[in-house]
Design a protein around this ligand. Structure first.
Ligand SMILES: [Zn+2]
Ligand SMILES: [Zn+2]
Length: 331
């Protein structure tokens, strides 16, 4: 989907924008592509709008970029790595199944509800897990032929067990009422993981990367190694050297971020410094990690815009390719 910001301050006639940025925004409007801020590097066109021959076999689909703030344009945090017919989800934010269905409607069949088979949970904060019941039950009713595989930190098993228990009346009605379902594919097969390789199906390897996020005893980012790409996803993290090491020249680094404006205006700066990563910090981290593309997600804006985030990253010295993601972007 296009992601030209609707905030008037970000429009091309804003005098505070420099000439290059105005030209770039005009180009974006022409392309109907997400915010590109790759000066001086070449513009980045999401693969969904690129010519087919340039599409990598592995696609990164941003299902939700949101936060606990109930922004109707940004669903809860969730991204998908799609390799051929298979999808590998990271986190289950609010609305995850409907966002995946929208991506399927855009041509990515691996994200149809019936194909949502596995999810890797970064940590157990509600904004990253409130979509888990959706991910367990809705695909069941849409014909998923197997239970959901859930990989996550300690506590994940208790969470999925309690979700099954919470909906026991619904499960009973669907199995033994007039609906007459027989398969138990609402179930979650949950694996509580430790850092290291947690999944390998011969096509895709998934490594759990320990990250620091307030006082959570265990929180993960994930690295996906596919036949043609290496993608690292931060989850929620303050600057974590483990992510630099995990990326180390990777193709795509998807990293959470907060704006300078958000931080300056927020009451609890101590929490946010311990929990999350600023634009300046993500710039410093990316300079070390050297991704082919830095994708900002789970953005805490306050009044900042996507352009502001990119400008702050640039001002902190990062010159590589960087975009600020919107829901349903494909890279
Ligand atoms: Zn969190
Ligand atoms: Zn979060």
């Amino acid at each position: 989907m296009g992601a030209i910001p609707s905030n008037p301050s970000s429009q091309p006639d804003d005098p505070s924008m420099n000439r290059h940025l105005r030209a770039l925004v005009s180009l974006q409007a022409f392309l109907s592509a997400p915010l590109l801020a790759s000066l001086p590097a070449p513009a980045i066109v999401p693969v969904s709008t690129a010519v087919r021959a340039q599409e990598p076999a592995t696609r990164l689909v941003i299902l939700g970029t949101g936060t606990p703030i109930a922004d109707p344009d940004r669903f809860g945090p969730s991204v998908a790595v799609v390799v051929g017919e298979e999808s590998y989800l990271v986190d289950a934010g609010a609305g995850v199944v409907r966002r995946a269905a929208a991506a399927a409607r855009n041509g990515i069949a691996a994200l149809a509800a019936s194909n949502l088979k596995r999810v890797f949970i970064t940590h157990l904060h509600t904004d990253h897990t409130v979509g888990l019941p959706d991910l367990m039950f809705t695909p069941w009713q849409n014909g998923r032929a197997e239970p959901l595989e859930v990989y996550g930190p300690p506590g994940a098993l208790r969470m999925t067990t309690n979700i099954e228990e919470a909906w026991v009346e619904d499960i009973h009605m669907r199995l033994f009422g007039l609906e007459g379902r027989t398969a138990h594919n609402y179930r979650a097969v949950t694996t509580e993981i430790e850092a290291g390789t947690v999944y390998d199906d011969g096509n895709v390897r998934v490594d759990a990367i320990p990250v620091a996020h307030t006082s959570w005893p265990v929180a993960f980012g994930y690295r996906f190694v596919t036949p043609d790409r290496t993608i690292v996803i931060s989850g929620d993290a303050r600057p974590s050297p483990s992510l630099v090491e995990a990326c180390n020249g990777c193709d795509v680094l998807v990293h959470e971020v907060y704006s300078r404006d958000f931080f300056d205006r927020h009451r609890n700066q101590t929490y946010h410094a311990a929990a999350h990563t600023s634009t300046a910090e993500v710039a410093a981290l990316a300079m070390e990690a050297r991704p082919g593309l830095l994708v900002l997600y789970h953005q805490l804006y306050r009044s900042a815009t996507d352009e502001d985030l990119i400008r702050e990253v640039r001002e902190a010295g990062y010159t590589g390719r960087v975009v600020s993601a919107a829901d349903l972007d494909v890279y």
